[in-house]
Ligand binder design. Structure first.
Ligand code: FAD
Length: 385
């Protein structure tokens, strides 16, 4: 069985490893010419870590992951701690520690596990078509490849999705912009083993540890879509947006490197149930594009990869039955995560300021129970228990 995978992001690479484990002949094609992911890091929640463990990457993942022992919310204006609690109950309940990981390092780990030199970089797919015996991908350089299956792991702006759905879709602006990057840990910003989040005015500033004594940081700023921004000016923009905020936030703004700070407008897509057309299927953000508000987009892509493996393990001689099983296993779960994230997004970013004010006051009474219950609700339900 030959699989052609389009996209060497975390979804495509996880799928490549998963299918290789089944003995597939796998070819990966990626449009960019080097491993340079957009975005600094991601939080790989326990369900994502379990998928990586299943792919044989337990040790490597743990080495790259930051240790988050506690979580806290801080009043963004006063710097007063609203709540702080241990992550241990969550780890005990789901049986796996989550790991924030620098994105480039996560990508490289996956690429090396598959075989870095076997990835076909600089290959931009321009069209895909299903056929009776094979599916075929055409590239911008005029070449084509065919496989028993084509997996479109080509991200949020997926061309494969357009093919599978029979037309383009419109993504929805979620109402805020996310600035993110990496800085060295600093107790003036937050404890080095804590996920610290400053909140106020529907804005959010967060730091969480990744390996190598670094924080992954991000700032969420509600604003209209399409505001002009010149790369390199994040410090000026954030100084203005967070004027008067707590000392820890000011230290972070001073410490960050504006040249490497990313700015991303956050969009998502209504869930849809058609992930497969004949021998062609979508996976990862191509199949479920979510806001990052519960940190599950990448984890869900990893879950897709394992579900795809299980579908072919259980239907080894029938491509159509296997892809159908993959679609059935995934659409509801992935769609649920998109909608959960959208709900959290609205509360966090003050779509209704009264609800957000209520949330801030709940945070002051929180002992961790409710927040952990919510996170566990996101984590459970994946293919690896
Ligand atoms: P991508 O990572 O987008 O990879 C798609 C790949 O396909 C790219 O390399 C692209 O170059 C390639 N490609 C596209 N078109 C073509 C083509 N025509 N031909 C060839 N190649 C092509 N998720 C979490 O789990 N936890 C988090 O904490 C988290 N935080 C996030 C924070 C932000 C600000 C954002 C924006 C997202 C976050 N996510 C998080 C979501 C996560 O980044 C995505 O869900 C994940 O990257 C999806 O992986 P993917 O492989 O499906 O797509």
């Amino acid at each position: 069985m030959k699989a052609v995978i389009i996209g060497a992001g975390m979804g495509g690479m996880s799928a490549a490893i998963a299918l290789k484990q089944l003995g597939f002949d796998v070819e990966v094609y990626e449009q960019v010419t080097e491993n340079k992911p957009v975005g600094a890091a991601i939080s790989v929640w326990s369900n994502g870590v379990k998928c990586l463990n299943h792919l044989g990457l337990e040790k490597e993942t743990a080495e790259l992951g930051g240790i988050v022992d506690t979580m806290s919310y801080v009043d963004g204006h006063t710097g007063e701690t609203m709540c702080r609690f241990s992550m241990q109950p969550l780890i005990d309940e789901v049986g796996q520690r989550p790991y924030p990981i620098a994105r480039a390092e996560l990508q490289l780990m996956l690429m090396n596990a598959y075989g870095f030199d076997d990835i076909n970089f600089g290959m931009k797919m321009v069209s895909v078509e299903d056929g009776a015996d094979v599916a075929t991908v055409h590239f911008a350089d005029g070449t084509s490849v065919s496989g028993d299956i084509v997996i479109g792991a080509d991200g949020a702006k997926s061309l494969t999705r357009e093919y599978v759905l029979g037309g383009p879709v419109t993504r929805r602006y979620a109402g805020y912009v996310n600035f993110n990057g990496l800085v060295s840990t600093d107790p003036a910003i937050g404890p080095s083993t804590e996920w610290t989040t400053y909140v106020g005015d529907g804005k959010r500033v967060s730091v969480m540890p990744v390996a190598g004594d670094r924080f992954y940081f991000f700032f969420d700023v509600p604003m209209p879509e399409g505001q002009p921004f010149e790369r390199g000016t994040a410090r000026e923009v954030l100084t203005q947006e967070f004027d008067g905020w707590a000392a820890g936030v000011q230290t972070l703004i001073e410490k960050l490197d504006p040249a490497t700070t990313n700015r991303v407008e956050i969009l998502d897509l209504d869930p849809f149930d058609t992930w497969v057309k004949g021998r062609v299927a979508v996976l990862g953000d191509a199949a479920h594009n979510t806001t990052p508000d519960i940190g599950q987009g990448g984890c869900s892509a990893m879950e897709d990869a394992i579900a795809l493996q299980f579908a072919f393990r259980d239907n080894p001689d029938d491509v159509y039955a296997a892809l159908d099983a993959y679609q059935s296993a995934r659409t509801e779960r992935a769609g649920d995560l998109v909608l959960r994230a959208r709900k959290r997004c609205d509360v966090t970013h003050a779509k209704d300021p009264e609800k957000t004010a209520e949330w801030y006051s709940e945070l002051r009474d929180e002992d961790g129970t409710n927040i952990i219950r919510g996170i566990v609700g996101n984590i459970v339900g994946g293919p690896v228990t």
